[in-house]
Design a protein around this ligand. Structure first.
Ligand code: TYM
Length: 329
């Protein structure tokens, strides 16, 4: 049976990028694999969240995991910082992570460009901690969105490097995974780039139906095709990408045909897109508040999950220490 590991940072509300890139895969995979899904609160510390809201952010993501259909009776659901063994494994792996390689990581370069005032060591070693998250459970598959592809490649490099340096066949190489197809990049509604919390272009699992309709109707498009076969502008291609994720194939075909015939009315496309997004989000949103309020349930889920995850992590850590020559007197 495959082992599946993945996490989402505790930045508050999950958006459709998190859902289609990651969470939907977690839900689909949980019955057929040994699954570990966590909330990456250590990773979220790189941006210095207010300590008074960190816990609520973890609670929100946990509630959204459960409301979306993650089942703690089949998957191990835990909070990253409840398994401090991962920090030790990360430290051990960092001994084989050249700084130059870390400095060349696309996500690091992007962060230092956007936040030159906060280039901390945690940001630099972010991919090492991520590799420790994955390797501690000896994962085979890691469901993630397209933006995490390079981090997965680095995880494989660390696994290979560890094996070859110590002359062992210990870690296998985990693969980035999206159920049945290629990794996805969910676009935002602002016409360019991916959907993200800090981009302010997102649709959230906690959004009301009215919010969703309002945001979709305001999404950037263009002035319409003028000649058949004309290539699509990026904003319109993004609307079609969203449509493909949420709508029936016949709906996508209908709007593609009207685009190609230069007869498309973006207002109609957006109305349909908004309704199809509402159909995905509303049932999840309706469960979030009830789950969030059930303190005893959240405590039970995270306590059970932490225990199982610590057991799996501690086993790996003991073997890694042994391989690296750390022994008890
Ligand atoms: P994070 O918290 O930024 O995002 C969580 C997951 O959501 C996916 N995602 C997207 N997918 C498609 N389109 C988008 N617009 C979009 N935005 C976000 C991400 O690809 C990711 O799968 N480093 C990770 C968290 C992490 C992790 C791990 C993941 C820590 N340790 C170990 C897997 C395994 C992150 O920052 O994701």
């Amino acid at each position: 049976m495959d082992t599946v590991v993945s996490g989402i940072r505790s930045t508050g509300q999950l958006h459709l990028g998190n859902y289609f890139g990651a969470l939907r895969n977690f839900i689909k995979m949980q019955h057929d694999a040994r699954c570990f899904f966590f909330i990456a609160d250590y990773h979220s510390l790189t941006t210095h969240p207010d300590p008074r809201i960190l816990h609520d952010n973890v609670r929100n993501v946990l509630a959204e995991y459960l409301a979306a259909g993650l089942d703690p009776s089949v998957a191990t659901i835990y909070v990253q910082s409840d398994v401090p063994q991962v920090a030790e494994l990360s430290m051990l792996l960092s001994m084989h992570a050249p700084v130059g390689e870390l400095e060349r990581t696309a996500s690091f370069k992007d962060k230092i460009r956007k936040h030159a005032d906060n280039v901390n060591a945690g940001l630099l070693t972010y991919p090492v901690l991520m590799a420790a998250d994955i390797l501690q459970h000896k994962a085979d598959k890691v469901p993630v969105g397209k933006d995490q592809e390079q981090h997965l490649e680095m995880t494989r490099v660390y696994a290979r490097r560890f094996n070859s340096f110590y002359g062992v066949e210990y870690f296998s190489e985990p693969a980035a995974y999206n159920f049945g197809t290629e990794l996805v990049k969910v676009p935002g509604l602002d016409g360019s780039g991916k959907m993200g919390k800090s981009e302010g272009n997102g649709l959230y699992l906690s959004d009301s139906d009215a919010d969703i309709r309002k945001k979709v109707m305001r999404a950037v498009s263009d002035s319409g095709p003028t000649a058949p076969g004309e290539p699509m502008s990026e904003p319109v291609a993004n609307l079609f990408t969203l449509l493909k994720l949420v709508s029936a194939p016949s709906t996508v075909e209908h709007f593609a045909a009207s685009y190609n015939a230069c007869e498309i009315r973006y207002g109609d496309l957006k109305k349909q897109l908004a309704e199809d997004i509402v159909a995905v989000v509303a049932p999840i949103r309706e469960r979030i508040e009830a789950v969030k309020a059930d303190e005893a349930f959240l405590r039970r889920v995270t306590a059970d999950g932490a225990e199982k995850a610590r057991e799996s992590s501690a086993k790996t850590l003991a073997q890694v220490r042994e391989i690296m020559g750390i022994r008890r007197f």
